[in-house]
Design a protein around this ligand. Structure first.
Ligand code: PGA
Length: 226
């Protein structure tokens, strides 16, 4: 297996920029030299202070499908790319609950790819329907299987490795065979190992556990041994 991809989704945390900086610094130090690709996705406002980042990559949690213009409150893929971001999470179930549609996710993914930003597209329950729409006309996606019920803050429990394998097989019917597939939902240092493998996930999308430096470093270390 190629190096596992670990994406930290900080969501709307932490509340203060010093805390964000300290958390990123501790993580950076802790993962140095490991054979793994780690992408931190902090809230937009912390991105400039976390870049340039040496041992890890920085991504965003959303972007517009437009590159510039009269779109109040939006952040464009071009802006993120210009800052030095490499990835952008799209279609997270917490955004879908606020009204984001699959068509919007597809447009955002195309806009991200147009400027060389890698879209990490979250897929939840209706895999076939979601895959048909979000991956339309797109080749270079990273996919994350993350059913909303598995997310830790919704009282979730992680899916079983067997389910992950079945979903990965289903997703591969729609995408080129080398498309990375990630798993997200209640991933921690105790269970991360069980999701990784050539027929399972090639990486993980981590929420709550990525806000605790020690726990996250431990998780990355275990993933690096796969
Ligand atoms: P969790 O969140 O790891 O806290 O379950 C994952 C996510 O929502 O991306």
């Amino acid at each position: 297996m190629t190096q596992p991809l670990i994406i930290a989704n900080w969501k709307m945390n932490p509340p203060d920029s010093k805390e964000a900086f300290d958390l990123a610094s501790e993580i950076k130090k802790g993962i140095e030299g490991l054979e793994v690709e780690v992408v931190l996705c902090p809230p937009f406002v912390y991105i400039p202070q976390l870049l340039p980042a040496k041992t890890l990559l920085i991504g965003a949690q959303d972007c517009s499908w437009e590159q510039e213009g009269p779109f109040t409150g939006e952040i464009s893929p071009q802006m993120l790319k210009n800052l030095g971001c490499t990835h952008v999470i799209l279609g997270h179930s917490e955004r879908r609950q606020l009204g984001e549609t699959l068509e919007m996710v597809n447009k955002k993914a195309k806009a991200a790819l147009a400027v060389g930003l890698l879209p990490v597209v979250c897929i939840g329950e209706e895999i076939e329907k979601e895959m048909n729409i979000v991956s339309r006309d797109i080749k270079n996606l990273i996919l994350a299987y993350e059913p909303s019920w598995a997310i830790s803050t919704s009282g979730g429990r992680a899916v079983s490795p067997e389910d992950m394998g079945n979903v990965a097989a289903l997703m591969k019917r729609f995408i080129p065979s080398d498309t990375p597939i990630l798993y997200g939902g209640s991933v921690d240092s105790n269970n991360v190992k069980s999701f990784l493998g050539p027929d399972l996930a090639q990486g993980v999308l981590v929420g709550a556990a990525s806000l605790n430096a020690k726990e996250f470093i431990q998780l990355v270390k275990i993933a690096a041994m796969q």
